[in-house]
Unconditional design. Structure first.
Length: 207
């Protein structure tokens, strides 16, 4: 876990180095909790027309997916795992399912029902105004070592998402734990929930 904001370029460099070390069996797997300053990232499928306003720095992330926003009030978890060791037959779809399940179980501990939607990446919730996205998922796999990961909206400035079409999906909005619960939510709450839910999904003792 990192205190304070982590520059995106710094995070990318550190992930690249850690993934290379895991691949060479020179380092252990890592789940890294952090926050970024306000920024947009473009995945490998990002379309130029989905960047509506460059109000924050834009970075090419190298992960799958399209545009997303990171910033204060959002918990990012970068997940660096050796999938060859964890799966008899490495399976990217299974890994993405596990990330989804990890988020869903963690949100449930906080009284929020997160759901999958066919054809829509991320985790969704039902609100009085309709469905909204509460968590994003974007991954990259290099020689069966994963990196990038998930982002859960705790209490970000949701207007910051207006500069992009999040994940290329125009018909649905975004929400946060604070908006759903109508009260302040602290990062430690989601961190504890993520730690508690990990072992039931990934079959390890703890993180």
């Amino acid at each position: 876990m990192s205190d304070g904001f982590v520059n995106y370029e710094t995070a990318l460099a550190e992930m690249e180095a850690r993934v290379a070390a895991i691949r060479e069996q020179d380092a252990e797997e890592l789940i890294w909790f952090l926050e970024h300053p306000p920024l947009y990232t473009a995945g490998t499928s990002a379309r130029d027309e989905d960047l509506l306003e460059s109000r924050f720095p834009v970075y090419k992330a190298g992960r799958g997916g399209e545009y997303t926003y990171h910033g204060p009030g959002q918990r990012v978890a970068y997940v660096m795992l050796d999938l060859k060791k964890r799966q008899n037959t490495p399976d990217i779809r299974k890994y993405v399912w596990q990330l989804e399940e990890w988020i869903i179980r963690s949100l449930a501990l906080l009284g929020v029902t997160g759901e999958r939607r066919e054809g829509r990446i991320g985790i969704w919730v039902v609100t009085p105004e309709g469905e909204a996205k509460i968590a994003a998922i974007g991954v990259r796999i290099r020689r069966w070592v994963s990196y990038h990961g998930i982002a859960i909206n705790i209490d970000p400035d949701l207007s910051h998402f207006d500069g992009i079409v999040p994940c290329g999906i125009r018909d649905y909005g975004v929400t946060s734990l604070a908006e759903l619960r109508g009260q302040t939510v602290f990062p430690g709450e989601i961190d504890r929930a993520l730690r508690k839910s990990w072992s039931g999904v990934f079959e390890t003792e703890h993180i």
